[in-house]
Design a protein. Structure first.
Length: 102
């Protein structure tokens, strides 16, 4: 049963890897990498259940958090061009790419 689940997860990971390599847009590639990370978490959780050691569930949870933060950082980098710079004082970005002074 667990072997079948592991094989199914590995097949979906391979499909996500193909989408990450061939994706027509950058956002498709980011989504594919997110799916790949999620499937990795699933695979670690299945292994944890088969092995009977719950320490791997902690590893899977940590990897899921790192995957989530990484995807958010990649999208922010693509949208804004940087990860941490704030707008100069007095300049407001309305989200549509126009900058105005209040």
């Amino acid at each position: 049963m667990f072997v079948v689940a592991s094989i199914a997860i590995l097949v979906t990971m391979a499909l996500a890897m193909v989408r990450a390599l061939l994706g027509p847009t950058v956002y498709d590639r980011i989504l594919a990498l997110n799916v790949l990370g999620t499937k990795t978490v699933l695979l670690v959780a299945v292994y944890s259940f088969v092995d009977g050691r719950t320490v791997f569930l902690d590893v899977a949870l940590l990897y899921a958090l790192i995957n989530f933060i990484g995807v958010i950082a990649m999208v922010k980098l693509l949208e804004r061009g940087d990860l941490g710079a704030e707008s100069p004082v007095g300049v407001v970005d309305d989200g549509a790419g126009t900058r105005r002074h209040p």
